[in-house]
Design a protein around this ligand. Structure first.
Ligand code: GTP
Length: 780
């Protein structure tokens, strides 16, 4: 049961999404860092400024807001859509910060990093908590760069709702699609914010259409813009039929007026808004039966009489059901439209209790939490951010980590509220907690109150699975709600400055892996070198930089290499015998097996036993066979890359009594390798979906360059002055592309990449690759 239980936590399914684009790493995080959200050494956490004396009531409302008033949200967007700017404004209007930050001013970030170094702490914010009109909002940092796909995925897992930010002049862009798909996967209700309405070329209509067409979503237009481009001055609230106009003299956008639209002064706008409101009511009524009954009953004659609150409640339900998405607009840079966005977040996005997390029923109110970010603080050790789904977390208490199968103790519990970290006595379901003292918990681990509580939950899940005739694996997935770990596609060697520093490097890598499970570290069995495997060039660069910055180690990276795979093209047979005497014991195994291409894609080999073998084979021997096959398939005969898409049938296995399982594994492994060597072999390379957005003038050089990179162009779309080139390109050909693209287009183009699949290399390219590799080997 326990091994089963552990499996719940490790959901190793591959998600084929990744993006390389050497943009600066998540600016949102940098901006949050700039907000001085860090733990000050030696700080007294027990009191909160602003609370006079024993203002227990205020403290209580800060620590335990009613769950219905909590919103756990994230902001997601394509690069440069304005996520950071919007976040800055949100934090400013909510009172979290006292001045408006400027994303175009890099100095402040550097200043902060200098401070960070001075203090010897590594605090990046994963979540900031603030209040807005009586609601508690936990804004969870979702990184903009999809080299950190796992981070995006992990954050989405703990969100109850999200704001998708769009550049109103570009509409839906490549990465919007990627994050939208991820949000779909995790069933996260969303609202859309069409930002940059002030920008030349901004088009509300175009952006809404692209949401409809590309995202296949039903936009609910809750606002209309008052002007576009330079003429943009505010928005019309369609629900309440008011116009919101920002005071031109107000530098920070705090000062705006809400005025009802009047027949006398706004006749045209009122007509337009009334039509938009009627359309909205009909649209919502089509999607929500309860609202349809209300509208058809009392208000069928005149929609104007329908109170705004009734419409808002129905929009909330529709948003929660994800049958449509509310759309708002504004300009974060010009400080317009952000306060109504905050209102919409609290009004339309769900509270934690409105999300239907199926696994909660198995915990029966006992503690269930997901660790979604681990940070290393030199003073305090690891700090773990947790989303509490059910039960209560308390300091000085033991918790059970299901993935790690270990019991750990939380020493302190902090609430990252406003610009403070408040030490608190407990935290309940729906909240985000920051725990101190957990030494083994890693990102993505699931936490229960005790081992017995976790086992009880697993039993309930299994019973439920049986009742519903469902695969147990599904119950496992739901129980733990783990974060899926994508397969890395890049790797390189990493070396410490001296052999004596190897243990320090191992320690640094261990800590970094706890924070970031998409970072894989291996030992090269031949050279003994440490190998780093990551999601992209930027990912590996950042890890390298962090080792230097946070652990004071100057390491050396080998050349970045693409993670190829191998497969075979024909059926092959092999037999092998291992006969060894160790001491007075004879170990004798004979294996006969067949290896053939598998019909469907499979990363790990499919193992079958021929009828005569399976009978009475002890479990330990079966395990030894699986281990042997697994280890043989880790290194293919062509490039030493993992073997995939093969099926192995064991025809005969003769084991001499007393033979150890290690010898069985060794013999099976050798026999599989023998078979693989005999087969016709094929290298598989990662093929990427590529989307380049380029001004029309630069299209030709971009296409010519892609042709040289073995790229295949599928489609070229036109979006205003830009061309969107959509196609495929092998990953090996696109390394360092951001620099080349910048040079080719004077920095005016952007691109997004996503892993499509692994595809067979053509014989010519394969032989070039193999000779290059063997050449390298000779040089070495
Ligand atoms: N005209 C205009 N520009 C904006 C607006 N919001 C942001 N920008 C600009 O757009 C650029 C990108 O803004 P960011 O806020 O950094 O966008 P982001 O989505 O966080 O970008 P990444 O972190 O790279 O994904 C900056 O130069 C901003 O000044 C807006 O409302 N109008």
């Amino acid at each position: 049961m326990l091994s089963n239980l552990r499996k719940f936590g490790v959901n190793n399914k591959k998600i084929p999404i990744l993006n390389i684009n050497n943009m600066p790493c998540s600016k949102i995080r940098a901006s949050l860092k700039r907000l001085k959200l860090y733990v000050l050494p030696g700080r007294n956490y027990s009191s909160l400024p602003g609370l006079v004396g024993n203002d227990i009531k205020s403290l209580h409302s800060i620590i335990s807001p009613p769950i219905a008033k909590i919103r756990n949200i994230g902001i997601m967007a394509h690069i440069d859509a304005g996520k950071t700017t919007t976040t800055e404004r949100i934090l400013y209007y909510s009172g979290y910060t006292r001045s408006l930050g400027d994303v175009d001013d890099g100095d402040t970030v550097t200043d902060f990093m200098a401070q960070e170094r001075e203090r010897g702490i590594t605090i990046q914010s994963a979540a900031v908590t603030f209040d807005w009109k009586g609601y508690r909002v936990n804004l969870i940092d979702t990184p903009g760069h999809v080299d950190f796909t796992l981070e995006v995925e992990r954050c989405l897992r703990v969100l109850d709702g999200a704001v998708a930010v769009f550049d109103a002049s570009a509409g839906v862009e490549a990465q919007t699609l990627t994050v939208w798909r991820q949000a779909d996967k995790h069933k996260v209700p969303r609202i859309c914010f069409l930002n940059k309405m002030d920008k030349t070329g901004a088009s509300f209509k175009y952006a809404v259409e692209s949401i409809r067409e590309k995202l296949k979503a039903k936009p609910l237009l809750l606002q209309l813009p008052l002007g576009e481009g330079k003429a943009f001055e505010g928005v019309v609230d369609v629900v309440s039929k008011e116009k919101l106009v920002w005071n031109r003299k107000s530098e920070d956008g705090k000062d705006f007026e809400r005025k009802p639209l009047l027949e006398m002064s706004d006749a045209k706008l009122l007509k337009e808004t009334t039509e938009a409101r009627n359309a909205l009511i009909e649209q919502v009524a089509d999607l929500d039966d309860e609202f349809a009954d209300l509208v058809l009953g009392e208000f069928s004659e005149n929609f104007d009489l329908l109170p705004a609150e009734k419409l808002q409640t129905a929009i909330h339900r529709v948003t929660l059901a994800q049958t449509a998405v509310p759309v708002l607009c504004g300009s974060a840079l010009k400080n317009k439209g952000v306060q109504p966005l905050l209102d919409a977040i609290t009004m339309y996005l769900p509270s934690p209790e409105e999300r239907n997390y199926e696994f909660l029923q198995w915990y029966k109110g006992d503690l269930c939490a997901l660790s979604f970010k681990v940070l290393h603080d030199k003073q305090r050790g690891p700090l773990v951010f947790m989303r509490i789904y059910s039960g209560t977390i308390k300091p000085q208490s033991a918790i059970y980590n299901i993935n790690g199968n270990c019991t750990e103790r939380i020493s302190r519990l902090l609430l990252p509220f406003a610009d403070q970290h408040i030490e608190i006595p407990s935290l309940t379901a729906g909240n985000i907690a920051l725990t101190v003292g957990l030494k083994h918990t890693a990102t993505g681990d699931t936490i229960a109150s005790s081992k017995s509580s976790a086992l009880a939950a697993a039993r309930r899940a299994e019973r439920e699975g049986e009742k519903k005739h469902r695969q147990n694996s599904e119950a496992e997935r739901l129980l733990l709600a783990g974060v899926e770990i994508p397969e890395p596609v890049f790797f390189c060697t990493i070396e410490p400055p001296s052999v004596a520093k190897q243990p320090d490097l191992d320690y640094a890598l261990k800590c970094l892996q706890r924070e970031d499970p998409s970072l894989k570290v291996k030992l090269d069995p031949d050279s003994g070198q440490t190998i780093l495997c990551g999601m992209g060039e930027l990912h590996i660069e950042i890890i390298h930089d962090r080792i230097k910055r946070e652990y004071g180690l100057e390491t050396y990276l080998g050349p970045l290499q693409v993670a190829y795979r191998e497969t075979i093209l024909n059926v092959v047979h092999a037999t092998d015998t291992l006969d060894r005497t160790l001491g007075d014991k004879r170990h004798l195994v004979t294996v006969e097996l067949e290896v053939k291409p598998n019909e469907t894609c499979c990363v790990t080999p499919v193992l079958k036993y021929a009828g005569c073998v399976s009978e009475d084979l002890p479990e330990a021997s079966q395990e030894a066979i699986e281990n042997g096959i697994h280890s043989a398939c880790l290194q293919g005969p062509l490039l030493g890359s993992p073997i995939q898409d093969v099926a192995i049938t064991l025809h005969s296995l003769i084991i001499h009594p007393g033979t150890s399982t290690t010898m069985i594994s060794a013999c099976v492994s050798r026999c599989v390798q023998k078979a693989l060597k005999k087969a016709d072999k094929q290298v598989l390379e990662p093929l990427m979906n590529l989307e380049v957005t380029v001004p029309g003038d630069y299209l030709s050089p971009v296409l010519a360059d892609l042709a040289q990179r073995r790229g295949t162009i599928q489609e070229i779309q036109t979006r205003q002055e830009n061309k969107i080139v959509i196609g495929f390109v092998p990953l090996a050909e696109i390394m360092g592309y951001s620099t080349v693209l910048r040079t080719l287009t004077s920095g005016s183009a952007t691109f997004a990449l996503e892993l499509s699949n692994y595809q067979a290399m053509n014989p010519q390219d394969q032989s070039i690759l193999l000779s290059r590799r063997s050449g390298l080997t000779q040089v070495l």
